[in-house]
Design a protein. Structure first.
Length: 248
């Protein structure tokens, strides 16, 4: 507590510590880790920095994704002792899916703290994805800085208890792609998602995704994220074909 008081009030980086304290509810031990967690690879400063690949949040995002997924899986295993693997897997997917992580990141206020190429602000979906990735990277930073026990308790009390309603989650649609996949399985249709083309726009990849049903192309969509392109194409198709929601 004494160290935390000093960092928040007398450290030369006290303003940075105060920002993270206000967002996270605790004072970082390794400040640089948390700053990297909020740094997207498009940030212009990285283009002039030796070893830039280590200074963006992609590695921390990879780690945080695994840590968060494990703790969510453990929570569901204990919360639903009589449910089968299929139920647990789908519930976990509903929590760790991209849209929900984007929402959690925005509710935490991460979007305004991100470091990135400002040209990307014109693309709202890309900004949302960047925020969700930063959330995962922060989990990775917390794990390295504070250890597993602290991280587990933080996720359970500050993230899951604050942002996840399990009763509502049971009735939630996991995604339009999942809805489309269930429909294809029930109707005995062959469903495929094909990358037709990859463009480079403003130094970033733009994926063109085609959805095929029984080998016939039915819709196209483009997005900087392959997963987002598939999800948006699935949404358009579900709405156009009036495919219903299938409950868990």
């Amino acid at each position: 507590m004494l160290r935390e008081f000093f960092l928040l009030n007398f450290s030369k980086n006290k303003l940075h510590y105060q920002v993270f304290y206000n967002v996270l509810g605790f004072c970082p031990g390794k400040l640089k880790l948390y700053q990297i967690a909020l740094t997207h690879h498009s940030y212009k400063h990285l283009q002039r920095t030796k070893g830039a690949a280590k200074l963006n949040n992609e590695r921390l995002e990879y780690l945080g994704d695994s840590v968060f997924g494990f703790i969510v899986a453990e929570k569901l295993y204990n919360l639903y002792p009589y449910q089968d693997e299929g139920f647990l897997t789908e519930m976990r997917s509903k929590i760790v899916n991209r849209q929900r992580l984007n929402t959690i990141g925005k509710k935490m206020g991460l979007q305004v703290l991100l470091k990135y190429d400002k040209k990307l602000e014109r693309e709202s979906r890309f900004m949302d994805t960047m925020t969700g990735n930063a959330f995962e990277a922060l989990i990775g930073a917390i794990y390295i800085d504070k250890g597993f026990k602290f991280t587990r308790n933080y996720i359970l009390t500050k993230i899951i208890d604050s942002y996840i309603d399990f009763k509502v989650l049971i009735d939630d649609e996991i995604s339009y792609k999942a809805r489309l996949t269930k429909w294809a399985q029930r109707e005995h249709k062959k469903l495929e998602f094909i990358v037709k083309n990859i463009e480079i726009l403003n130094k970033h990849k733009l994926y063109e995704i085609a959805v095929l049903i029984d080998g016939e192309e039915v819709i196209l969509n483009k997005n900087h994220s392959k997963k987002s392109a598939e999800e948006i194409a699935s949404e358009k198709l579900c709405l156009a074909m009036k495919i219903p929601v299938f409950k868990v």
